[in-house]
Design a protein around this ligand. Structure first.
Ligand code: DHE
Length: 555
């Protein structure tokens, strides 16, 4: 093992387990920042660190960074980790060129001082940013385009805060629209006509895909930090409501589906399900709309509770609080769309919520570090029947869980197979498949090994083993010069999405915002690279959301 990797690993263990004695010798005296440094570092922390470590730094996907712990480690050790990352999934902010040496030093000092108090937000605050850009009665009453809009892909252009609408048939960009800062995910309304975007700055926007050139028809900033958005999908409520899950202030915000007028805020600050301790920073992670009831399944990260929010009476909601596990993060439906499976990544488990019986039916240890399904993957295996699978950020295991308690009870809610990605370390973020492909595809963009992070892994559905790797095309390797003569590397393929008929799988060359990037389109059965969609506007493409597959929860 390289010395650097060893030290980073040691530091990461130290952070996670509080075994700090070895680093105490390096710990500095009291750390002070000037008001300018404080302002700069607070912004960098919000942009890059708060998602994993928490606004109040109490930890979640990443370890806690409370000053009592970080001070004991000292600036030098902290800066080493921030610069180089760790095999457990901490990005190499300095080595990748995303932060300068000065910035990694500043952040190492910043996390040793007390965090500044984050802001609150009321409905009146939200309304100041609310814009209906195209009133409902001025919008199309039927699709204005001849294009096959149900095969459009919404592509998040993360670092430029935009969404590209790409035609899945013609493979050209239909339009690029502005969205929130570091836009995170997209979801569609039940009909597919509206595509919703959520930015990390809590800005929600809705794009009308029926327009000839799809554009934002409404937008609003509902919180200061958010990751999830969904809509009401139950019969009678189609396209009526939208819901945003906020990281800060930790809350659920319900909006009118067509205009985004804010209707209701519900705080998620609450008590941990197991130790009953009050948690101010109880953030909303994934949200899905139930297919069996007028409800949203809302996963509250830090308290380990799943909330079932009955939206029939938005302002007087009935909320069922289910005890689950910590820290809830991302998840997806099984193939019957009755069970929702969500990662509890601090406890290395997957929680299964039965949306018909409205209870938690299983909590399954995955046997590996930090499950990270995205929405996971569904396959129908000849022996085990329907399976749902997830990868891990901190391990090379992809695990498959039986999801059919009726016809395959012996495999239900058990790990029936663990597939190992080749090479050491985790770094997998997303896996995806489609009923019309023989394969499952997995990325690995946060593995510290450059070769491992720049290829896709192809798993045969029947054999349940990795049968091929697909390296990122040569032209994206090497170093590229950007403004100021700085040299950067293009980050490897991230996230996968199929086209509407499942014949193609698309992945993004994550890239760097200073450089045009690309979307790679593979034949999902022959594995041939069919097309590279290249366009100067494609900057830091990350998540891709096909209209048909997002409407139908097909993955
Ligand atoms: Fe995500 C889904 C949170 C970093 C791309 N991400 C999710 C979800 C959550 C989440 C809670 C589930 C939403 C849902 O289903 O309702 N993501 C977080 C973080 O807290 C984290 C770890 C750190 C942060 O600061 O945000 C984080 N996520 C990232 C990235 O760095 C990624 C790779 C690139 C990017 O664009 O930011 C990224 N996350 C995604 C994508 C999905 C997602 C593409 C949706 C996957 C899907 O197929 O549905």
């Amino acid at each position: 093992m390289k010395t650097g990797v060893k030290l980073a690993l040691a530091m990461s263990v130290a952070l996670g387990a509080s075994s700090l004695a070895a680093q105490q010798a390096r710990a500095g005296d009291e750390v002070k920042l000037s008001p300018e440094e404080m302002k700069q570092a607070t912004q960098i922390y919000f942009d890059r660190c708060a998602g994993c470590h928490g606004m109040l730094r109490k930890g979640a996907l990443g370890p806690s960074l409370e000053p009592k712990k970080t001070r004991a480690m000292g600036t030098q050790a902290l800066e080493y980790i921030i610069f180089n990352g760790t095999p457990g999934g901490m990005p190499d902010w300095g080595a990748s060129g995303e932060m300068t040496r000065e910035e990694t030093k500043l952040m190492a000092r910043y996390i040793q001082v007390e965090p500044p108090p984050p802001p609150e937000k009321s409905i009146a605050d939200m309304k100041k940013s609310w814009k209906v850009l195209v009133p409902v009665d001025k919008r199309p009453t039927k699709p204005e385009t001849d294009r096959n809009w149900k095969n459009y892909f919404g592509v998040v252009l993360r670092d430029v805060g935009k969404v590209a609408i790409v035609d899945g048939d013609k493979k050209d960009i239909v339009n690029v629209v502005k969205s929130g800062f570091a836009t995170h995910i997209l979801r569609t309304s039940k009909s597919g006509r509206y595509m919703y975007a959520i930015g990390r700055d809590g800005k929600a926007s809705v794009i009308d895909l029926w327009m000839k050139a799809p554009q934002n028809v409404a937008e609003i900033r509902v919180c200061n930090d958010a990751r999830s958005i969904d809509t009401s999908k139950y019969e009678g409520y189609e396209d009526k409501l939208a819901v945003v899950g906020c990281y800060w202030p930790p809350s659920i915000v319900v909006l009118d589906g067509a205009t985004l007028e804010p209707k209701k805020i519900v705080s998620t600050a609450s008590y941990t399900y197991d130790t009953e301790e009050f948690t101010r920073e109880a953030r909303v992670a994934s949200i899905v709309a139930s297919h069996r009831a007028p409800e949203w399944v809302i996963n509250v990260k830090e308290t380990g509770q799943v909330w079932l929010y009955d939206y029939r009476d938005v302002n007087n909601p009935t909320i069922t609080m289910l005890e689950a596990e910590r820290y809830l993060h991302d998840g997806g439906w099984d193939s019957s769309k009755r069970y929702f499976l969500v990662a509890a990544n601090a406890r290395n488990k997957v929680v299964v919520v039965d949306t018909e019986e409205r209870k938690v039916v299983a909590i399954i240890p995955t046997g590996a570090n930090k499950p990270h399904p995205g929405r996971g993957v569904n396959i129908n295996h000849p022996k085990y029947g329907p399976l749902w699978g997830t990868g891990h950020i901190g391990s090379n295991s992809i695990v498959f869980i039986g999801t059919d308690p009726e016809k395959h009870p012996q495999y239900a809610w058990k790990i029936v197979k663990t597939v190992k990605l080749p090479g050491k370390g985790g770094g997998n973020l997303f896996i995806k498949s489609h009923p019309n492909s023989k394969y499952i595809f997995a990325d690995r963009p946060v593995n510290p090994d450059r070769k491992l992070q720049t290829q896709l892994y192809v798993i045969d559905k029947a054999k349940l083993e990795v049968v091929k790797t697909l390296p990122m095309p040569k032209k994206f390797h090497g170093e590229f010069e950007i403004k100021g003569g700085k040299k950067v590397k293009m980050r490897g393929p991230v996230h996968l999405e199929f086209n509407a008929d499942g014949s193609e799988v698309w992945t993004s060359v994550w890239g760097n915002k200073e450089l045009p990037s690309a979307i790679l389109v593979y034949d999902s059965n022959t594995l041939e690279l069919k097309k590279m969609i290249e366009d100067d506007r494609l900057r830091t493409p990350t998540g891709k959301f096909n209209v048909t597959n997002t409407m139908g929860d097909i993955y």
